[in-house]
Design a binder for this molecule. Structure first.
Ligand SMILES: Cc1cc2nc3c(=O)[nH]c(=O)nc-3n(C[C@H](O)[C@H](O)[C@H](O)COP(=O)(O)OP(=O)(O)OC[C@H]3O[C@@H](n4cnc5c(N)ncnc54)[C@H](O)[C@@H]3O)c2cc1C
Length: 491
């Protein structure tokens, strides 16, 4: 039998160690997930309107400066189009930076991975607009001065202050966007891609001087100049605050130290950490943090890992423990198995929507495969539901690959959730299934395990292709997009 509804298990502690946890029922009672969802949708709409308004505003800056009235020849038309393209392109770049700034409002509203997805989607349009800006300006100015676009570009570089910086900025933008294309990115190690990506900041910094010294729209004393300065400064401040200062503060606040490394299965370890003020993190079960283990050779290597258990805080200062479960999937994660107790840990987060904040319904279905099971374990422990309102499906090739399954069984028993173990090989040559071969042969779909799935929130975490198939099955069963919460472990 490889599609198994699991019976009540023997009592077991969380990690086989001395610490015995109890899992109290957290009823859905006072939680109004429908209104939580409505508020999140409102925030999402407000963010969308603000983003589009900022693009419209960049066009308005030019119109208010009398830009349209100044078009009286082909040359001025090219120049005008170039200016508008530059304003819109730069506005999109600022939006991209804000989407990557890990601003809590954005993270809590659309989630970290969707924010990065939008960030990525804006990359090409902003580059095209900036390239069009350079090209159209060179054509427009060139026509006005009787020069071809290349000679005009050389003249601009040599004669106009700050323009050489703008050329460097364009080259940097090109490098960043090209190395971010998926096909190119996969060829390089993450660190190389990340290093080149940091050049975005240099690209923005080198583009700013010419906007103020050459751009007529931002002439001294105009409100347009103040507005543009304000959005540039606000973006820079958000980046500095949320990407630099917050992680330093969180690391100082929690003072995390590795307390124990425990083997869960071949190639999989639990990393337990102790720290303080962990009461501030309760309810984050299932969300992820970016961790840096401050040991030689490891400290410069940031890793996103999800919590695999709800934070425990018991002391007056919120002293307690955190846990992540790590599978050896590469060079860095393999080294983590050899971490020594006492190693200090720098932390950023929590991030993402793989938690209670994403809930829209009282019922919940959690589906995990491989290492993707581990955040479900934390979520199952912390998210509110009444007995009978939760279903958990764990997928693995074998029982051994259902990591933390004994703990999950125990939580399910205590909290009244139904648990299925789905083990066995996948269907050979069929890329569209996520269930084991035997279940597929019996005609099972997601709805066979969770009949009320269309009325549930569905949390999915596992390998990308597998998760896509689960999501497709859920959609076929009538689950709306807003009910599906999917954490991606790939980048
Ligand atoms: C939101 C999220 C949650 C995750 N949670 C878990 C978890 O709970 N347990 C688990 O085992 N794995 C998890 N992962 C995957 C895990 O982060 C990677 O497998 C791990 O960082 C690979 O590091 P490596 O050095 O072994 O691999 P390499 O391929 O050698 O990676 C080299 C570098 O890339 C970085 N890197 C690799 N993958 C990512 C990524 N997805 N995002 C950002 N940086 C990355 C690493 O930190 C490292 O600096 C998660 C990934 C994401 C995005």
């Amino acid at each position: 039998m490889n599609s198994q509804l699991m019976p009540a298990p023997p009592a077991h502690s969380r990690s086989g160690g001395p610490e015995v946890r109890t899992y109290p029922a957290i009823p859905a009672g006072p939680h109004n997930f429908a209104s939580q969802h409505r508020r999140r949708r409102l925030r999402s709409d407000a963010l969308t309107v603000t983003a589009w308004s900022s693009v419209a505003a960049s066009l308005a800056l030019w119109l208010a400066d009398g830009g349209a009235r100044g078009i009286d020849s082909a040359a001025s038309a090219f120049t005008a189009m170039g200016i508008v393209a530059g304003l819109a392109g730069m506005d999109l770049v600022l939006l991209m930076l804000l989407l990557a700034a890990r601003i809590p409002l954005i993270d809590r509203t659309i989630g970290h991975d969707r924010a990065l997805e939008f960030h990525g989607k804006l990359g090409k349009p902003s580059l095209y607009l900036l390239l069009a800006h350079g090209l159209l300006i060179a054509v427009g100015y060139g026509m006005a001065e009787g020069l071809d676009p290349v000679s005009e570009s050389v003249a601009l570089w040599v004669q106009v202050p700050d323009m050489w910086l703008a050329f460097i900025s364009m080259a940097l933008f090109l490098a960043v966007v090209i190395t971010s294309l998926v096909a190119v990115r996969r060829r390089f190690p993450y660190e190389f891609w990340y290093g080149v990506h940091l050049l975005t900041y240099a690209a923005v910094a080198t583009s700013i001087p010419h906007q103020f010294s050459v751009g007529a729209v931002f002439a001294e004393g105009t409100w347009q100049r103040w507005y543009w300065m304000a959005i540039c400064v606000a973006t820079g401040t958000a980046l500095l605050f949320f990407r630099v200062l917050q992680p330093v503060l969180a690391t100082y606040r929690h003072r995390l130290t590795v307390s124990r490394i425990q083997t869960v299965a071949p190639g999989v370890v639990n990393i337990e950490m102790s720290g303080r003020q962990l009461d501030r993190l309760t309810g984050t079960g299932g969300r992820f943090f970016v961790w840096r283990f401050l040991a030689p050779g490891l400290w410069w290597h940031p890793h996103p890992f999800s919590l695999s258990a709800e934070p425990l805080a018991h002391g007056l200062q919120g002293e307690g423990g955190l846990r992540i479960t790590v599978r050896n999937l590469g060079r860095g994660s393999a080294q983590l198995a050899r971490l020594r107790p006492g190693t200090k840990v720098a932390v950023e987060g929590p991030y993402g929507l793989f938690g209670t904040a994403a809930r829209t319904r009282d019922k919940v279905v959690m589906i995990g495969a491989g290492i993707g099971i581990t955040p479900l374990r934390a979520l199952l422990e912390s998210t509110p539901f009444s007995p009978g309102n939760a279903t958990v499906l764990l997928r693995g090739h074998s029982e051994q690959e259902l990591y933390l399954s004994v703990e999950i069984l125990e939580i399910c028993r205590n909290r009244g959730a139904r648990l299925f173990h789905l083990t066995g090989p996948r269907v050979d040559g069929d890329p569209h299934t996520w269930l084991p071969e035997e279940a597929v042969r019996r005609g099972h779909t997601l709805a066979a395990y969770a009949p009320d799935i269309s009325e549930s929130d569905v949390y999915v975490c596992g390998p990308a292709g597998w998760a896509r198939n689960v999501v497709a099955d859920a959609r076929t069963a009538g689950v709306r997009a807003e009910q599906i919460h999917h954490e991606r472990f790939d980048w």
